[in-house]
Unconditional design. Structure first.
Length: 416
């Protein structure tokens, strides 16, 4: 698991990582940090990496030790700035200008060790006027010296058109496919030998609450743990997030990293109250299932069934499926969504090449579009949660049965 992290320490007005790093190591989380290529540059990036990764004997590594951290953090994943295509960024650059400084910074950062990987900034979203030429120009400057290119995209259903909302997942697939084509073009143009993959390091549903951000961030007197952008995610959002995770699984030949933004309270799958309880929002569950069971080899799933047209995409399948073969090749997990608002889907899933198929578990969320706006709250934390499914079985090594309308389904199978 990779987690994007950056925050400002109240005491030092610098990036604070010490307390988090201890927790992350215990939790098995690998940190991803970003260097500042807007108002800072190569030297500041080198200092940051030296602070984090060098054992001792230099100014920045010894400074870390005075902060009580004797051993280096060993951070191997470094982002070369953030959303540098955005005019809202302080220090915004044109593509070629950014590509050149990213190239030189990546070389400097990688001098600290062969295990270091770098992420160059792609488009902040696929509606940017510079997309996708931004990616082409940037990669032409730095292709041989970076490992990933980042993509960002946030989603919402302000129009209250559920099927169009779900169709935005297909739109995201086109986004990934387009940047994959740009990568291939630049690789061929430069006769490069290395491959670059996509780091989709900002994504989430974000539209229920975009008005809380009224704090004066230009003041040095920052409030401590303010309530910001706390989305009340509903069942519809959970089904959407499940579909987006399916798209990342299906596109895992291109997308090697996909970091949800954020984890707690701010547009997050986990909500808390100060001095009180914590609870899972609806989107927590598909993310949890993908994290637990979406590990291994993504299988190529061919879907045949009814479709619909929407503004975001045409010929959208009502049935959304991704499947993963576990590392030990003894189990398959199928993530299946019925996008229809009112019609069940008959499932006939043939597992060609596998035998001795047994249904281990079927968990379902949803089943009734009338519940689309139901959300979990502090008072009712389990209002929307997975439950045991009862309408699937295995016949002649094929999974057969019914997927309820408007439902997200986790299907776990053992195979021979």
């Amino acid at each position: 698991m990779r987690l994007d992290l950056a925050w400002r320490s109240k005491e030092t007005n610098q990036v604070g990582i010490n307390e988090f790093a201890v927790w992350a190591e215990d939790a098995g989380i690998e940190m991803m940090l970003a260097v500042n290529l807007g108002t800072r540059g190569i030297e500041d990036a080198r200092n940051f990496v030296e602070y984090c990764n060098h054992p001792s004997g230099t100014y920045w590594s010894d400074l870390r030790r005075t902060h009580g951290v004797e051993q280096p953090y060993g951070v191997n994943m470094w982002c070369l700035g953030n959303e540098m295509d955005g005019p809202w960024q302080i220090g915004h650059m044109e593509a070629k200008e950014y590509g050149r400084i990213a190239n030189e910074t990546s070389k400097a950062v990688k001098a600290f060790g062969k295990s270091i990987e770098t992420v160059v900034c792609g488009s902040s979203n696929d509606q940017m006027p510079t997309y996708p030429d931004w990616e082409r120009q940037v990669l032409e400057e730095c292709y041989e010296n970076v490992d990933f290119i980042s993509l960002h995209k946030y989603f919402g259903n302000s129009s209250r058109n559920t099927l169009n909302y779900f169709a935005k997942i297909e739109e995201t697939g086109r986004y990934i496919q387009t940047i994959g084509g740009v990568i291939d073009f630049v690789k061929s143009k430069k006769r490069a030998k290395n491959d670059i993959y996509i780091c989709f390091d900002e994504w989430n549903v974000w539209y229920h609450n975009r008005e809380q951000d009224s704090i004066n961030w230009h003041s040095w007197d920052w409030p401590e743990a303010p309530h910001l952008l706390e989305e009340d995610y509903n069942l519809e959002d959970a089904i959407f997030v499940g579909g987006l995770l399916n798209e990342f699984i299906r596109r895992s030949d291109r997308v090697k990293i996909a970091c949800i933004a954020q984890l707690v309270n701010v547009i997050a799958p986990i909500r808390t109250q100060k001095g009180g309880p914590a609870w899972a929002t609806t989107i927590y569950y598909p993310y949890q299932f993908a994290s637990l069971y979406g590990r291994g080899t993504a299988l190529d799933v061919a879907v045949s069934g009814p479709t619909y047209d929407a503004d975001a995409a045409q010929d959208v399948n009502y049935l959304d499926v991704a499947a993963v073969l576990a590392p030990d090749a003894k189990s398959i997990t199928v993530f299946a969504i019925n996008r229809s608002l009112d019609e069940p889907l008959e499932l006939d899933l043939s597992l060609h090449g596998f035998s001795d198929v047994t249904l281990v578990d079927h968990q379902i969320m949803g089943g009734n579009s009338a519940d689309a706006l139901l959300a979990n709250t502090c008072a009712e934390p389990d209002r929307v949660a997975p439950r045991k499914g009862e309408k699937l079985g295995v016949v002649d090594d094929a999974v057969k049965g019914e997927l309820a309308p408007f439902s997200y389904n986790l299907i776990r199978l053992s195979v021979g």
